[in-house]
Ligand binder design. Structure first.
Ligand code: ATP
Length: 249
């Protein structure tokens, strides 16, 4: 895999409402290869979301450097999926997924075809005409993933995308995401609180320290890329997840 994004010496200090300084990130380095799934784990408040926002270009006020092999075009090359799917309630699933394309003025038949393909990819073709309130939590999140993929971003940033789902739905969405990855081969950075989720989904796990957030260690996941529910039963799975849990203590 070739280099894709190098995060070099990223630091971020917030000024809180009372004027005090909060050092959220301190000298963070991270390499992300093309097509790789990188999980970011760390204690609450260590700066995971902050780092993702910097990479997304949502906040340019930071120290250090983001070196891309190909500079992403704003609003086009970076897809973002949040913990809450944030779908527009008055739009159907299809029209939520097509939102990004519409915002770019793309009303082409090719764009419409792409939305159809994405709905198919996330298994929502039968619900294309439904409204968000008619969907389950898992289906809403799948719609949000399709929306993020609509303009074919080069990287998908996911901030605890499965955190609000029940365990069974979450496991199902993990397999959905891996299936989507197998089709699209998108580079993905995934923030999660779950060491099991990181182990199941990622090629590589970056463990952050408590605030100020630094990268404590980066580990390759010692599992084949093809993961199935049986992967969770492997002794290596439990050992690796256990090691991550210890590192978080
Ligand atoms: N806009 C802001 N103004 C001031 N402080 C902020 C702001 N946003 C984040 N912080 C602080 O920066 C630190 C990192 O926050 P961030 O949300 O990135 O952490 P996180 O690791 O994603 O947390 P969690 O796992 O709980 O979601 C926290 O101490 C937070 O209070």
């Amino acid at each position: 895999m070739s280099a894709f994004l190098s995060v070099r010496g990223i630091s971020k200090t917030y000024i809180a409402a009372n004027g005090s300084k909060v050092v959220a990130l301190d000298d963070v380095d991270l390499d992300v290869a093309e097509g790789e799934i990188v999980a970011l784990i760390g204690p609450s408040g260590c700066g995971k979301s902050t780092l993702l926002r910097m990479v997304a270009g949502l906040d340019a006020d930071f120290g250090g450097e983001l070196a891309w092999t190909v500079e992403p075009r704003p609003g086009k090359d970076i897809g973002f999926v949040f913990q809450e799917p944030a779908l527009l309630p008055w739009r159907t699933v299809r029209r939520n997924v097509s939102l990004g394309l519409e915002a770019q003025g793309d009303k082409s038949p090719k764009g419409r075809e792409r939305v159809g393909e994405l709905l198919d990819l996330v298994g929502l073709t039968d619900f294309a005409g439904s409204f968000p309130k008619e969907l389950s939590g898992g289906m809403r999140q799948r719609a949000a993933i399709a929306r993020a993929l609509a303009y074919d971003p080069r990287i998908l940033l996911m901030d605890e995308p499965f955190g609000a789902l029940d365990a069974i739905t979450r496991d199902r969405l993990h397999d959905d995401l891996l299936r989507i990855w197998a089709t699209t081969r998108k580079t993905i950075i995934l923030v999660t609180h779950s060491v099991e989720e990181a182990t199941y989904l990622a090629d590589k796990v970056a463990v952050m320290t408590a605030r100020p957030g630094r990268i404590k260690a980066v580990h390759e996941v010692p599992l084949d890329r093809d993961r199935t529910p049986r992967t969770r039963q492997l002794p290596r799975f439990a050992e690796f997840a256990g090691m991550l849990r210890q590192e978080l203590e």
